[in-house]
Design a protein around this ligand. Structure first.
Ligand code: FES
Length: 183
């Protein structure tokens, strides 16, 4: 994901400040990554490169650790975050369809952020309200029994009318009867 204006300078300064707190030792890699994520909200590639240089380890090792642990984010968090529950109850009641609805409408994949950084989409494990499955956490609010039409409603609530659904789902169609037919 591209950086915004002035962001590289901020990343460099924040990483520098975190590095100053630790011995520049490979063993400190995880706490350093954690510290950078706390400051920046995610681990930009530029930050990982800078850490690799400082610790004198190959960049690929830093990426490897960053991508291995799911506590680390590789993309900046969106201004608004959609967390689709993929715990068992939500998965069984259509969580995947809900994830795909968000993916299609936002034109991003799970784990990504829209280029304008407005929205990010991620999967989460059970959020503890299985009776309401499938569940989506929108910022801090739990949305219960979500259907694809509700995904549209949620996005409209943010003033977003991106890619409209390609076609009307069969159960949403209105029987137009005689009037709807060609005369
Ligand atoms: S599985 Fe989604 S809330 Fe429990």
């Amino acid at each position: 994901m591209g950086l915004m204006e002035g962001e590289l300078e901020i990343i460099r300064a924040e990483v520098e400040a975190v590095l100053e707190k630790y011995d520049l030792d490979r063993e400190k890699l995880i706490p350093i990554l954690q510290g950078v994520q706390v400051k920046l909200g995610y681990l930009p590639k530029e930050a990982m490169r800078q850490i690799a240089e400082a610790l004198k380890v190959p960049e690929v090792d830093v990426y490897g650790v960053g991508t291995f642990y799911n506590q680390f984010r590789m993309n900046p968090p969106g201004k608004h975050q959609f967390k689709v529950c993929m715990g068992t109850a939500c998965h069984m009641t259509g969580g995947r369809i809900i994830m795909e609805s968000f993916e299609r409408r936002l034109s991003i994949s799970e784990g990504e952020t829209t280029p304008d950084r407005e929205f990010s989409l991620e999967r989460v494990a059970c959020v503890g309200c299985c009776a309401l499955a499938p569940v989506v956490v929108v910022d801090e609010t739990v949305e219960a029994k979500v259907r694809p039409t509700r995904v549209d409603g949620i996005l409209l609530g943010f003033g977003l009318e991106r890619a409209a659904p390609e076609k009307t789902a069969p159960d949403e169609g209105i029987d137009q009867g005689e009037e709807g037919r060609e005369q």
